[in-house]
Design a protein around this ligand. Structure first.
Ligand code: FAD
Length: 291
C-alpha cells in the first residue's frame, strides 16, 4: 500500500524505522528485531540506507522481508550522493522488482573529503525525487529539518530549498528528531506559509543512551530542552533508569504532538523492539484502534 493512502485514511499513524546490518555483519539480529517490531502492526516500517555503500545492499533485502513476508508496508530509504546515476537507477529497479511502492528519497551526507562518484550523480534529493517519479508509480517521501539542515546557514533558505524538493514530487515529509515540540509547531507554521502542504510525519527518537545522544545532537545542532538535559545528567550513567526515562519522555512528546493535531508519528527504534513496544503500550488509547 502507498504511504500517502495510509496517511489519508487514518486519524493518526504510528510507524517504525530500522537500520540494516553493517557490511559483513549478521542479518539474524536485525531480522529478529524486525519480526518483533512487526508484531506491533506499525502502519509502515522504514529501512535506512548506508550512503557510503556499507549497508545499501541490505536495505532492499530487509524492506522486502517486511513487505512480502510480514505483510507490513515497507518504506525503503535511498540516498544518491555517493552513487552514480546508473547505480541509483539500478537500485530503484531493484526496489520495484521487490514490490516495494514507497521510497524515502535522500541526498545522504556528503562523503568525507568531498569525494563524489566518478561520472554523473545527483546533487540534491530533489533530483532523486524526480528520477524516482519518472521510474514508476512510487509514493515518495523526503527528509525535513525543523531546526534547519546543518549545511544551510539560514532557515529561510532551507525552507525555500524544501519547497523546491516538495514541488519535484514529494508525497510526504519525515522530520529529523527533535526534543522540543515547539520547534516542530514553529516549523510547520513557517512551511505552511511557504505553501508546503504535504503531510509531515514527526520523527521521534527515544533516548536510551544519554552520552550517545548528546554527541549526536551536538553534530546535528538539535536543541536540548532543560528538562531533557536534566534527565540525561541524572540518569545518563544508569542504563536501566535512562531507558525508563527515555521511554517516558518519548511517550510524553507523542501525547503532546497528537493532542496538538499531528497525525503521523515515526519512531526511530534503533532496532530495539522492547522500547518501541513500551511506547506503543503507553499510547494504547491515544494511537491505534482506540483513537
Ligand atoms: P537535500 O534535500 O538535498 O538537502 C541538502 C542540503 O542542500 C540542505 O542544506 C538544503 O537546504 C540544500 N539544498 C537542497 N536543494 C538545494 C538547491 N536546489 N540549491 C541550493 N541548496 C539546496 N542518511 C543516510 O545516509 N541514510 C538514510 O537512510 C537516511 N535517512 C534519513 C531519514 C530522515 C527522516 C532524515 C531527516 C535524514 C536521513 N538521513 C539519512 C540523513 C540525510 O541523508 C542527511 O541529513 C543529508 O545531509 C541531507 O539529505 P536530504 O535528503 O535532506 O538533502
Amino acid at each position: 500500500m502507498k504511504i500517502r493512502d495510509i496517511l489519508d485514511s487514518k486519524k493518526v499513524t504510528l510507524s517504525y524505522e530500522v537500520f540494516p546490518p553493517k557490511a559483513g555483519a549478521s542479518f539474524e539480529p536485525v531480522i529478529n528485531a524486525v519480526d518483533e517490531l512487526c508484531k506491533d502492526k506499525p502502519d509502515f516500517m522504514s529501512v535506512t540506507y548506508g550512503a557510503g555503500g556499507g549497508t545499501s545492499n541490505n536495505t532492499v533485502k530487509i524492506a522486502s522481508h517486511i513487505q512480502n513476508d510480514l505483510n507490513v508496508t515497507a518504506l525503503a530509504h535511498l540516498t544518491c550522493v555517493s552513487s552514480t546515476k546508473e547505480q541509483v537507477v539500478k537500485a530503484i529497479d531493484e526496489i520495484k522488482a521487490n514490490g516495494i511502492e514507497n521510497i524515502l528519497a535522500l541526498r545522504g551526507d556528503i562523503p568525507k573529503g568531498g569525494e563524489y562518484p566518478v561520472g554523473e550523480y545527483y546533487k540534491y534529493a530533489s533530483e532523486l525525487v524526480k528520477e524516482i517519479k519518472s521510474k514508476g508509480d512510487f509514493c515518495v517521501g523526503a527528509a525535513c529539518y525543523p531546526e534547519g539542515h546543518t549545511e544551510c546557514e539560514h532557515k529561510e533558505d532551507d525552507i525555500k530549498n524544501l519547497k523546491l524538493k516538495v514541488d519535484s514530487g514529494v508525497d510526504f515529509l519525515t522530520t529529523q528528531m527533535f526534543f522540543d515540540n515547539n520547534v516542530l509547531y514553529n516549523f510547520l507554521y513557517r512551511i505552511r506559509e511557504q505553501g508546503i502542504t504535504v503531510p509531515v510525519i514527526a520523527g521521534i527518537m527515544p533516548v536510551t543512551n544519554g552520552k550517545q545522544i548528546a554527541r549526536i545532537c551536538q553534530l546535528s545542532g538539535t536543541y536540548l530542552p532543560a528538562r531533557f538535559k536534566a534527565i540525561v545528567d541524572k540518569f545518563g550513567d544508569n542504563p536501566e533508569a535512562m531507558k525508563q526515562a527515555g521511554i517516558a519522555y518519548a511517550t510524553d512528546q507523542i501525547i503532546d504532538l497528537v493532542a496538538n493535531g499531528i497525525k503521523g508519528i515515526h519512531i526511530y527504534t534503533m532496532n530495539k523492539p522492547d522500547i518501541a513496544e513500551s511506547i506503543k503500550k503507553n499510547l494504547s488509547y491515544i494511537i491505534g484502534d482506540n483513537q
